[in-house]
Design a protein. Structure first.
Length: 371
């Protein structure tokens, strides 16, 4: 059996399972590599894995487009792109391995570079999906002009598999930047936020930032990427301590995958993902957060009893808070809902989308919201 035939057989088996589940009302929980099992509400249902959908369907380096199947390991796709001097610029998290292309899109999570280059959603050109009626649907294409209007393919980014099973996805890729540098500045969170927003208004090759208070030493780490001349000029202009590129490349990967000591020291506390405007000053939080995305993303470690306070601080700043990783429940407070409730008009839209794509409600039921 050829590889293409094996892929067709795997897809047929998946479609048959979905058709049967829809007829019987059997819940299915979609799983790629399992690297993001922790993310979202607790799931029930039979496991539906995508590992049989593997490999690259097409790759046109000159067109900056790659189409890969959902079960392809993300590390393998990144290796293929790197061989041609290209990459997925949004730093998709791996979280320790096992991450797949489909899981990357379904989770909608992006890494340190997101504030400068955009999110995974911005790079989705098209995809193939199996809906709750066991129908194979194709949205978008392989060029930007095919994603005008109501862009259903990008709707799947961040839907956590609640609308259907992603079969394959076409992604825009970019050349790897010819130069990179990381600068370190010892400064408070307030100073870092002011500086980042000041630098953001200038023609500087800003790519990623991370402010963290480790052992009482608050510091901002700033990654520059771009043309050699632009990066070198920015280093001279900005000052700070220039750090070793090889060492910092590993550290940025650890930041992307939440493997830095700051995350490991969380202990029994919950980890919150707080999204606010980049210009938001330091917030009233249980402790200093880790700040990424030039101020727009704040990771907060907090005991379960502080859940309401974290959410209130986020709302007061005009943002929202998501319980990203649950801790070990060191107190008696109940586990809060991971995602904040939507405003009624938005919730109505979400419910209608769910009903249209998955009328029997079999896909990842409850992972995102209680519908």
């Amino acid at each position: 059996m050829s590889l293409a035939q094996a892929q067709d057989t795997a897809l047929e088996e998946i479609v048959d399972r979905i058709r049967e589940a829809s007829a019987r009302g059997t819940l299915l929980r979609i799983r790629g590599g399992g690297s993001k099992d922790f993310y979202g509400e607790w799931l029930q249902g039979e496991l539906l894995e995508t590992h049989g959908l593997d490999g690259i369907v097409s790759y046109e380096p000159s067109e900056l487009v790659v189409t890969a199947r959902a079960g392809m390991p993300l590390v393998e796709l990144e290796a293929v792109l790197a061989e041609r001097g290209q990459c997925l610029p949004f730093d998709a998290p791996h979280f320790g391995g096992g991450a797949t292309v489909g899981g990357m899109v379904a989770s909608g999570l992006s890494g340190p570079a997101r504030a400068s280059v955009g999110s995974v959603r911005d790079y989705v050109l098209g995809l193939t999906l199996v809906n709750g009626r066991a129908e194979t649907m194709i949205f978008g294409g392989q060029v930007m002009k095919n994603v005008a209007g109501y862009d259903v393919s990008r709707l799947m980014a961040g839907a956590l598999g609640t609308l259907g099973l992603i079969v394959e996805v076409s992604l825009k890729v970019l050349p790897i930047a010819p130069a990179e540098a990381t600068l370190k500045f010892e400064m408070t969170a307030a100073e870092a936020i002011r500086q980042l927003n000041s630098w953001g208004g200038k023609p500087l090759p800003l790519n990623a930032s991370c402010w963290v208070n480790e052992d009482g030493v608050p510091a901002l780490y700033l990654r520059l990427r771009g043309a050699v001349a632009a990066v070198e000029a920015a280093c001279r202009t900005l000052g700070g301590e220039r750090l070793d590129n090889a060492t910092m490349a590993r550290e940025w990967l650890r930041c992307r995958d939440q493997q830095l000591p700051w995350f490991a020291e969380r202990g029994e506390r919950d980890l919150w993902r707080v999204s606010v405007a980049q210009t938001t000053p330091p917030m009233d939080l249980p402790e200093d957060p880790m700040i990424e995305w030039h101020g727009a993303l704040r990771w907060v470690r907090a005991p379960r009893s502080e859940a309401a306070a974290v959410r209130e601080a986020a709302r007061a700043a005009g943002g929202h808070a998501t319980l990203f990783r649950a801790g070990g429940a060191e107190d008696d407070a109940p586990l809060p809902q991971r995602f904040e409730r939507l405003a009624p008009p938005l919730e109505h839209i979400h419910r209608e989308l769910k009903r249209q794509f998955d009328p029997a409600g079999i896909f990842n039921n409850g992972r995102l919201y209680d519908f």
